[in-house]
Write a protein that binds this ligand. Structure first.
Ligand SMILES: *Cc1c(COP(=O)(O)O)cnc(C)c1O
Length: 507
């Protein structure tokens, strides 16, 4: 008989330990403000050769069962089946496209055409299963801050899921036209969308503050509500993201693009540090990955961090053509800090408190030493634009503005480091989601044109079909028009849930 070792979760700040996976998914953020981490990163217990012959769903089971040990086989397989179905427009779920010598791992074939779908199509099922397992009788209220893609993907996942409500905050003017339309046309009685007068960091900090408000939590509990998070801090987001790195490696091997055991580099366009952390987990599980190339846009906090050891958010927030990466506080970095501090929660807490107080912290050289697998790079908006055009002109393959950042960083890195290791580039969004900027890069003729005109031109120019997700919003009705100041986010939550409160200027 197989010996089964349960994995438990603890907070990166030391306040909670011995939590099951389902409890960690339900809670989202730990009570002390920390992030949940597994007590160890399990090794894959199946060979790459076997994985190479498996479907995405089968691979997902092999990977996720290692982390979510309190879910039964039936529960987990049921969640996977419901998530990775015809919502995706390709059976492969995450296909690889080779262009200009690199492998683009397309993570945008889900219902909202960005990589957030990879995890957010399964999170609602993991969460409702967790609620059942833990006898939760309250309505689960998902609060989410979004830089554009999480919000829509989370709503698409949670819309009309019984026992759940979802409230999304996005920065007004800080997302693409298509992203905004996608959110504001969202159906589902249990969905709410609020534009805040601030940037993504304001939205994320506001949501974290509401999570940390014990009094409000108790008041909500009396009314039958319980908060949870669909943001990438939830371990239920991170674990499904490990799957596609394992899948990509196994497929490269199966297709004889690489030899058994050959190490690859992975390049990830990064914002909140969730996607690249998943690649790091995949490496820890045994996937032969050499370098994890962390690509930033002009908001290059992470580049500075990896090159100097100092994280410093005290700088101007720049709105770029890759809005989903316009982030100065990369929440998931806390997990890497924790790991590289040798799982020292007190030390992690100290650094995070320093970040909250002063906006910066510096790690020790021993910690930096443990981050040698990571390489930080960045691409300016101009470099990004040039790269999108270059790849399109040379190969006919069209990439979006986030993938463009990763692609540009990869080319710069490969040349500077003279590293010819084969590379997988995480391709995080469909070019149709950022049609304006992508068309600006490849045709330059966008002045005064409406988004849908550009979308049709893009389709003609690239010879690719307009995705269903975009067709859907072409004529859809606007359903959400809420707006608020950052200071009023809590009041807005009250209003949406129908809980009266003593907020100045509100009914
Ligand atoms: C969210 C997002 C990113 C950044 O991913 P993180 O996990 O936050 O680092 C990159 N590209 C796109 C298109 C995204 O939606």
């Amino acid at each position: 008989m197989e010996l089964f070792k349960e994995i438990t979760y603890q907070s990166t700040r030391g306040g909670q330990a011995g939590i099951t996976a389902s409890q960690a998914i339900l809670q989202g953020l730990a009570k002390d403000g920390g992030l949940f981490m597994p007590d160890r990163i399990p090794a894959l217990d199946i060979s790459m050769e076997k994985l190479g012959a498996m479907s995405y769903e089968e691979t997902a089971y092999e990977v996720m069962k290692c982390f979510l040990t309190d879910y039964t086989e039936e529960e987990l397989k049921d969640c996977i089946r419901k998530a990775y179905d015809s919502k995706f427009d390709t059976e492969e779920i995450a296909p690889l496209t080779k262009a200009d010598g690199a492998y683009y791992l397309e993570l945008f074939h889900g219902s909202t055409i960005a990589f957030k779908d990879m995890a957010l199509s399964i999170l609602p099922h993991l969460l409702t299963t967790a609620a059942r397992k833990n006898q939760v009788d309250k309505e689960i209220v998902i609060l989410t801050a979004t830089s554009g893609d999480t919000g829509k993907a989370a709503m698409a996942g949670f819309a009309d899921v019984p026992g759940t409500r979802i409230i999304v905050f996005y920065p007004k003017g800080g997302v693409s036209r298509i992203q905004e339309l996608q959110m504001r046309t969202q159906k589902g009685e249990n969905t709410a969308v609020v534009a805040i007068h601030g940037n993504f960091d304001d939205a994320q900090t506001g949501v974290k503050r509401i999570f940390g408000d014990q009094e409000f939590k108790e008041e909500l509990a009396e009314k039958g509500f319980q908060f949870s998070s669909a943001n990438s801090i939830n371990i239920g987001r991170l674990v499904p993201q490990v799957v596609y790195y394992v899948y990509a490696y196994a497929k490269l091997l199966n297709n004889e693009e690489i030899a058994a055991g050959e190490a690859i580099n992975v390049v990830v366009p990064t914002g909140n540090f969730g996607n690249i952390l998943a690649a790091y987990f995949a490496k820890q599980m045994g996937v032969p990955i050499k370098k994890l190339i962390c690509a930033s846009n002009d908001n290059k906090v992470l580049y500075d961090f990896f090159t100097t050891g100092t994280y410093d958010r005290n700088r101007e927030f720049i709105l770029t053509t890759s809005p989903s990466m316009d982030i100065l506080i990369s929440s998931n970095l806390e997990r890497l800090i924790y790991l590289s501090a040798g799982c020292d929660a007190a030390r992690t807490r100290e650094l995070m408190e320093q970040l909250g107080r002063t906006g910066s912290y510096t790690i020790t050289s021993e910690m930096r030493e443990k981050m040698q697998d990571f390489y930080g790079g960045f691409a300016t908006q101009e470099e990004n634009k040039t790269e999108i055009k270059r790849v399109f002109d040379d190969t006919g393959y069209l990439i979006d503005t986030h993938t463009g950042v990763a692609s540009a960083v990869y080319r710069k890195y490969a040349e500077a480091a003279r590293d010819e290791t084969k590379a997988v580039i995480a391709s995080t969004a469909s070019p149709y989601k950022f049609s304006n900027s992508v068309m600006e890069a490849i045709s330059g003729d966008t002045e005064g044109k409406e988004p849908f005109q550009l979308i049709d031109e893009m389709s003609a120019l690239s010879g690719t079909a307009v995705p269903q997700a975009v067709e859907e919003i072409r004529h859809a009705k606007i359903r959400h028009s809420r707006e608020c100041d950052v200071a009023d986010m809590k009041g807005e939550v009250r209003d949406i849930l129908g809980i009266p409160g003593l907020v100045a200027g509100r009914k």
